[in-house]
Ligand binder design. Sequence first.
Ligand SMILES: [Zn+2]
Length: 486
Amino acid sequence: MIDRLFHGNPSMRLLPLAFALFATTTFAADTPTTIPAAALENAVQLRERGLADTLAWDITEGLTTEIGPRLAGSPADAASVEWMVAKFKALGFDKVWTEPVTYPKWVRRSESAALVAPFAQPLYVTALGNSAGTPAGGLTAEVVRFESLDALEAADAATLKGRIVYVANPRMRALVTGEDYGKGSRVRTRGPSLASQKGAAAFLLRSVGSDNNRTPHTGVTTFAEGVQAIPAAALSNPDADLLEAAFKRGKPVSVRLALDCGTEGTYTGANVIAEITGHGKGKDYVLTGGHLDSWDLGTGAIDDASGVAITTAAAHLVGQLPKRPKRSIRVVAFANEEAGLFGGKAYAETHRKDIAHTILGAESDAGADRIVKLTATVKPSARGAIDAIAKALEPLGVAYDAAAPGSGGSDLSAIHAVGMAGLSLHQDTSRYFEWHHTANDTLDKVDPEQLRQNVAVYAVALYLAAEAEGDFGSKPGAFAKELGAH
Ligand SMILES: [Zn+2]
């Protein structure tokens, strides 16, 4: 047909049409990925069982009660790895194993701060991960305030020598999408390094959180290659307000900061991996999970015991079906997400050679409140299968945005970057950033009913992906264009 068009009418005006037809023909050769009708029927059952689940609560309660804070590299980190291995085995997963993950070990011993001029008042602060300690007894210095990271970038280094830099990032709004988090965490991750490069003695910022409690939010910061680590801490929101009010007096503002923390060599922890083995002969699997580590201030209930629990309970439910899905479902409880995605990066490095077998990935790492939206990054011919999964999730209140990308989640970002197709199940984060990375991240913030909705959503999504006829486009270097776009 294309030949006939070319020879029958040599007009150049028809060339674009000819190419369009060519493209359509090539596209049609890629058989659309579909979800079998029988699988969609089973999904109805899974949805109901998910809504009656008690396992996710038991895991969240167990990890937060029996282990508690799980700072990467701490004795509790090792205990949580043992705990998780035992849990996966007790639940009857077909395969359970660990893979080593090595990273710098950061420790926190104590922290305090006070406003010393123009008034004397205590300040509630917490050190950021990778922060250096202050000299014993603390350091007292004048604080230089910046409206933004850009303003700090433009500052003359001579004005910062020996001073404490404070960046007045705005207080996060409590939004379902959590969209303010990126702006705040940028100040947290880049600010201290920039301040150090300009000779500052220490760095302070307003906590990246939407609450009004005196519970500061920790989180990682990163010092660029060759840049000396300096003491860096977050003020609670009310304490940042207090500092702002002090600045409004127009007099020099000084703060005393005492942090006993720092990086002490390296540590080798582990990703804990478990699999429900599919009945198909191939090595194909759907990847899910959460991160096992947490910050040390709270008990890491919403960040991220609940993510590990939701995905483990969902995979376990699929394993309870009378017949295994075609493909395997693999759950990873990732090591040290908090200090820089170390578990996710190690997983990607080890498994990049299997990328075509990692057919789709979806991780839970935004708390335990209900899933409100689904997005995906898949090949065009798999879009119909995602549409079918979205339709199966509609009764659970999950909206579908077919235009937005879905990377799969924080720990999966590294493996997504080497070519894994991603499915993102977005949770309502309007409460999450009240407690995220604070002493308030505790079990009472987990709502059992919303937790069950998460289990139902993951069980349906993982199962349908494992039963799909055809793949989602995972292969080396896939989605490079989409990744470049955002
Ligand atoms: Zn997390």
